[in-house]
Design a binder for this molecule. Structure first.
Ligand code: IMP
Length: 198
């Protein structure tokens, strides 16, 4: 019998992307949208790894099936690694993506180009019903632009210029972004691990 693998995220963009990356594995991929609604777990961990594991374990145990989940965010060197695990709520609870970008651009207003180093981080976790887990980390290095550019993507994409490129993630196509993105890297590695396990 083909085992089910749940994608533990209610973010539609992530679901679409994960379906593409995990396609062809000998697992039946399903998403939270296919199941009875359940409250999201509180992301109380101090690290991306802890939060990714916490989500994967929570949904695996609630639905009694193997689950993959991720946690991601932006680390800015000049801000001591902030916003980090608080990336979604950097400008306060319930804030918008543009509130976060505005706060970030203000915080770095006096910084020169070499001082604007940053990276996106994504930790992807797998949790099985038997309690076994596996976590991987993907990163992409870059710099924070002086202002927003581009309309694609989401979150901090309009202010993030990946190393070796002269445009932001929001100026790239989804395919270009995910060939080098933190999430693309983490989930391709998790996929390779799942292949060895199945
Ligand atoms: P989470 O992994 O859904 O908790 O995402 C945390 C936050 O990190 C998001 O709300 C975004 O602000 C930011 N973030 C994570 N990945 C990306 C990305 O690929 N582009 C832009 N922002 C991102």
């Amino acid at each position: 019998m083909v085992e089910k693998l749940l994608m533990g995220t209610s973010n539609r963009d992530k679901v679409r992307e994960l379906r593409e990356i995990l396609a062809g594995l000998p697992w039946e991929i399903c998403s939270l949208a296919d199941l009875a609604p359940v409250p999201e777990p509180e992301e109380a961990g101090a690290t991306f790894e802890e939060n990714a594991l916490l989500k994967a374990r929570y949904y695996a145990s609630h639905f009694s099936m193997a689950c993959v989940a991720d946690d991601s965010g932006l680390e800015v060197d000049a801000l001591g690694g902030a916003p980090g695990v608080r990336s979604a709520r950097y400008a306060g609870e319930g804030c918008s993506y543009s509130d976060n970008n505005e706060k970030l651009l203000d915080a770095l207003a006096e910084m020169s180009w070499p001082e604007r180093l940053a990276r996106f981080v994504c930790c992807a976790a797998f949790a099985a019903q038997d309690g076994s887990t596996h976590v991987v980390r993907g990163t992409v290095e870059g710099r924070i632009a002086a202002e927003s550019f581009g309309e694609n993507g989401f979150g901090y994409d309009p202010v993030f210029v990946p190393s070796g490129h002269e445009c932001t993630f929001a100026e790239m196509s989804a395919r270009e972004k995910h060939a080098i993105s933190h999430r693309g890297r983490a989930f391709r590695e998790l996929r390779a691990w799942l292949e060895t396990r199945s």
